[in-house]
Design a protein around this ligand. Structure first.
Ligand code: FES
Length: 109
């Protein structure tokens, strides 16, 4: 699969997550307070909850259901009850277009 256009930069609001589906994969796209765009798996690893319905806090996206905050950089939850990470996807910006390939995840340290 190749990277697909999922949104335009102008459609994102700072510190707000937007849920997109690319190739059947649900992804949360977030424009952080520094103007950087992140893409992480949208489904919380603790329950079947869309993380895009949660809250952006700094460099985390917090699940509204039980409060696990997932790092936008590593996908790791920083607190319980979730303990498994969500995937982190490479984001390509082309002009105003945001492209994501759901088959390409970032290596996480
Ligand atoms: S469903 Fe996300 S923390 Fe419980």
């Amino acid at each position: 699969m190749t990277a697909e256009k999922v949104l335009q930069l102008s459609e994102l609001e700072q510190d707000t997550a937007v849920r997109v589906e690319v190739g059947g994969v649900a992804i949360s796209v977030v424009l952080d307070g520094q103007g950087e765009v992140h893409a992480i798996g949208d489904t919380c690893t603790h329950g079947d909850i869309s993380l895009a319905d949660g809250f952006v806090e700094g460099e985390t996206l917090e699940c509204w259901a039980h409060g696990s905050a997932f790092s936008l950089r590593t996908g790791r939850p920083l607190n319980l009850p979730a303990y498994e990470p969500v995937p982190v996807y490479e984001v390509t910006i082309d002009g105003d277009d945001i492209l994501i390939d759901p088959a390409v995840t970032k290596a996480v340290n």
